[in-house]
Design a protein around this ligand. Structure first.
Ligand code: BES
Ligand code: ZN
Length: 456
């Protein structure tokens, strides 16, 4: 039985594979919200049942947070580890969804058929691409292509608090020749891509307090310190007029693009007008003097992700608030040190506080940027396999998002990560009406079958 037989099997099984994905998408495994802890557990159970049905020696492994799913199958050849995450982002704002986020359907759209639902692209649909590829392989060939480890996480969207301890405790079990991570996208929604660099992420939440209670702004306005005004000034000062971030020492470890990467990225001819136009924007708003691809792949950023305080209800209230809050994240590149930046950011905020104000901080995850060493033979084998499936040469690209486990594989198990995914820019990951194209799902499954054939 040949690769073509496996590919035909995948084609014939697509409708059943889609039904299975829809089943998984019905489980609201929102990892960040404790109210959905049981659902995370159910999603892990679902994967255990699915994999054991395929003959994988698999179990749900408890952690202080949501469980991991670890499975082993096959022997001989290279040892491949597959990583994906079964948890999803919260769905709010719910009123912007056109349907129940956890009642997925196949929808006809002008651009083709899509599977609509939370987690369809990030990351349940992607995770299932390699499960389905292996299912077809096993069904047709009667055996596994080589030694395979499945490693599925349920806390990726909430900062992976249990991941590093779990990897350290199970380091021997999780060692492999390569870690295949399916949690990224195609380049410009049409070119298959292997991600060679990911940004790191530092999250900070701060609360500035001034008066000891909310006050009447008629009685106290003018004489009393307003913490929202203080917070606004601090936030406004985080960028200078050229878009550079002003936290002292922030740019330590930020490399300039190598000539080789610059040439590679120029060859990609990224169409930033379309990229921005698709979300109703027109002008790149990052650091002056940087190209659009640099802005999203190789430059660090600072974004305010949330800001609140005072009265936000309907109507109006002349309140002088006691507190002001913000959630701020930094995307990191090169060898920027998340903990040093956290310290410097906190010191900068402290130094900017006027008298009578206090600040408290809560850290939310700190991971450094990572890059893949693409010199191993499997990278070119995978690239050829992807090019064959998609009919265009696969590209080596950057990714502005963060997948902290890529760096953990290098540091803890000594494994090189290979990041291949099939998401499209308009999948609306983390947003209302998330979808995954049926084409991504179908050709994603076929891509893994080709990659398995090429590397095993
Ligand atoms: N799948 C994404 C990473 C991603 C983002 C890939 C954008 C391609 C484009 C991943 O699940 C994710 O969202 N990661 C979080 C980090 C995490 C620590 C919360 C992110 O990048 O914000
Ligand atoms: Zn995500």
């Amino acid at each position: 039985m040949s690769l073509d037989d496996v590919l035909s099997r995948i084609d014939a099984d697509l409708s059943d594979a889609t039904d299975r994905l829809i089943d998984l998408l019905r489980i609201p495994s929102i990892s960040t919200d404790p109210a959905f802890a049981q659902d995370c557990d159910r999603a892990a159970d679902w994967l255990v049942t699915e994999l054991s049905g395929m003959g994988v020696d698999v179990s749900k492994r408890p952690t202080p947070g949501h469980p991991m799913v670890v499975g082993h199958a096959g022997s001989g050849g290279p040892h491949l580890l597959f990583y994906g995450h079964y948890d999803v982002q919260p769905v709010d704002p719910l009123d912007l969804w056109d349907r129940d986020p956890f009642d997925p359907v196949i929808e006809e759209t002008p651009k083709g058929r899509v599977i609509r639902g939370r987690g369809s692209s990030d990351d349940k649909g992607q995770l299932m691409t390699f499960v389905e590829a292996l299912r077809a392989w096993k069904a047709i060939k009667g055996d596994w292509p080589c030694r395979i480890t499945f490693f599925f996480e349920g806390e990726e969207e909430s900062g992976s608090p249990s991941l590093v301890p779990f990897m350290k405790e199970n380091v021997e079990e999780l060692k492999s020749d390569i870690a295949l991570i399916c949690d990224t996208g195609l380049f410009e929604s049409k070119t298959p891509a292997i991600v060679t660099m990911l940004r790191g992420l530092l999250g900070e939440e701060l609360t500035i307090t001034a008066p000891d209670k909310d006050l009447h702004s008629g009685m106290y306005g003018g004489i009393a310190m307003n913490p929202i005004r203080v917070l606004s000034r601090i936030i406004a000062a985080l960028h200078d007029d050229t878009g550079r971030i002003t936290v002292p020492g922030f740019y330590d470890g930020v490399p300039e693009l190598s000539d080789e990467l610059e040439a590679q990225w120029q060859g990609l001819a990224f169409d930033h007008a379309t990229f921005l136009g698709d979300v109703d924007l027109s002008e790149p708003a990052g650091e002056q003097g940087r190209t659009p691809l640099e802005m999203i792949w190789s430059r660090p950023t600072c974004d305010v992700n949330g800001i609140w305080g005072g009265y936000n209800g309907d109507g109006f209230k002349t309140v002088l608030p006691a507190m002001a809050h913000a959630k701020i994240s930094f995307r990191l590149v090169g060898t920027q040190d998340p903990l040093a930046i956290r310290e410097s950011f906190r010191a900068m905020v402290q130094a900017a506080l006027p008298v009578d104000c206090t600040v408290t901080f809560q850290g939310h995850g700190a991971s450094a940027a990572s890059g893949a060493d693409t010199t191993g033979a499997m990278f070119e084998q995978a690239r050829a396999a992807l090019s064959a499936e998609w009919g265009v040469p696969a590209a080596y690209v950057g990714c502005g998002g963060s997948i902290p486990i890529a760096g953990h594989f290098q540091q803890i198990t000594g494994t090189e990560p290979m990041l291949v995914g099939f998401g499209k820019d308009d999948d609306a990951i983390h947003s209302p009406n998330e979808k995954y194209d049926l084409e991504s799902f179908h050709k994603g499954i076929r891509s893994w079958a080709r990659i398995l054939d090429a590397v095993s």
